[in-house]
Design a protein around this ligand. Structure first.
Ligand SMILES: [Zn+2]
Ligand SMILES: [Zn+2]
Length: 408
């Protein structure tokens, strides 16, 4: 068993640390059984069983297909308060290159983002909260499917999540390999970017490579478009604002046909931003530049712009509260209240569009060197941080809904 090499304060942490071995076993069991979004049948059943053993008051399944919700009522019920906590359960379509005994047993699937750890931490919080119930109100623990690009949060919301469990605020966290275990990061606004997908279809006229004057060259047009779109962030977005346009895939012609000029080229990429006005501007400029550059070369370009995930924006009051809770666990020296946002995306953003709340990052690097990055085939969740994450979840509940006489 990994020794806890950092200290955290508070009775939740001390209590949960007692079942660190069981949480580690559960986390590794989930790691060995990775499942893609909306296919988390094993995981969902396993979590349900664990929640039953914890003695939670209610378990609701099949919300957003494979999503689960557990309800725990506090000793006090006078406040009428209800607070949500969320963990994601899905894995990735990738091959694991680790050698430990809890490696993926499913070829081509891997818990490469640590959602196995997130799930185990929320189960840990459920066990502690159901055993102690030192809060005045109702805790709603949300086990969400399909965070990795499949919109599981959206599916749960569409399935009536917030009508059935009308929480006043909601919290979630993600492990972060670049931060040392025992540290927590948050900021008072944007945590993660909006993620959009662009597909640019360039059409021209194919022909013989020896007679290009008879063609409309889409490879040339695609190359000009690739270069021109990089002027958008550089010249249409203020230098102090943040945006990214990355064209990540290009397809045209046949590698075996060196003298056949194709009639179509496709470019696919992603656009990242935090602010809705900037997002609108990026979309508009992409449309204008792609069609104008194509037109200048005699071709046409169709841009399909899909808004996949909104930006993950913490609400100020809830973020400040969550930072105070985190500080009560790890101390001021291990808390970053002004964490840099990431251009990555997170579908907890859909929940934050409906409810005030905050998203935190939980450090998980062992020692001073950053751990293997998320989505790396050698990544693994650091079990050392399980009690801290579980205690952070539980403390958010206890401090958001204190029993009368325990108000901070
Ligand atoms: Zn991920
Ligand atoms: Zn993730």
């Amino acid at each position: 068993m990994d020794a806890v090499r950092f200290k955290a304060a508070g009775k939740a942490f001390t209590h949960i640390a007692q079942y660190h071995p069981e949480l580690t076993a559960l986390r590794r069991e989930l790691h060995a059984h990775p499942e893609l979004g909306f296919e988390e049948h094993y995981t969902s059943a396993r979590v349900k069983e664990a929640l039953r053993q914890c003695g939670v008051d209610e378990i609701h399944d099949a919300i957003g297909k494979t999503g689960l919700v557990a309800v725990i009522r506090g000793q006090g019920q006078g406040s009428g308060a209800m607070v949500g906590l969320r963990a994601d359960m899905d894995a990735l379509s990738m091959v694991e290159h680790n050698e430990f005994s809890w490696c993926s047993t499913k070829p081509g699937l891997m818990h490469g983002c640590g959602h196995d750890g997130h799930t185990a931490m929320l189960v840990g919080a459920a066990r502690y909260l159901a055993a102690t119930r030192c809060f005045d109100g109702t805790a709603v623990l949300i086990f969400q499917p399909a965070e990795e690009g499949r919109g599981g949060a959206k599916a749960m919301i569409a399935d009536g999540l917030f009508e059935r469990f009308p929480v006043q605020s909601i919290y979630a966290m993600h492990n972060w390999p670049a931060m040392r275990a025992g540290t927590i990061g948050i900021n008072m606004g944007a945590m993660m970017a909006a993620a959009d997908r662009i597909t640019i279809e360039v059409s021209g006229r194919g022909g013989h490579g020896a007679h290009p004057y008879q063609t409309v060259d889409v490879v040339l047009a695609a190359a000009h478009i690739t270069t021109a779109v990089q002027s958008i962030v550089a010249r249409n977005v203020r230098a102090i604002d943040s945006a990214v346009i990355s064209l990540c895939a290009v397809q045209a012609g046949d590698l075996g046909a060196f003298s056949v000029m194709p009639g179509k080229a496709t470019l696919v990429g992603t656009v990242r931003s935090f602010d809705a006005a900037i997002q609108d501007r990026l979309e508009q400029r992409l449309q204008e530049i792609c069609s104008a550059v194509a037109l200048g070369l005699g071709a046409t370009a169709q841009v399909s712009y899909e808004r996949l995930f909104p930006a993950t924006i913490n609400t100020e009051a809830e973020a400040a509260f969550a930072a105070d809770v985190a500080q009560s666990l790890v101390g001021q020296e291990n808390l970053d209240r002004n964490l840099e946002p990431s251009m990555g995306a997170e579908d907890f953003s859909f929940m934050l569009q409906h409810k005030p709340g905050a998203y935190l990052r939980l450090g998980q690097a062992q020692g001073s060197q950053p751990g293997m990055p998320l989505h790396s085939s050698r990544y693994d969740f650091n079990d050392e941080v399980l009690p801290l994450g579980a205690a952070l979840h539980a403390s958010l509940i206890e401090q958001a809904m204190p029993l009368p006489g325990q108000k901070p």
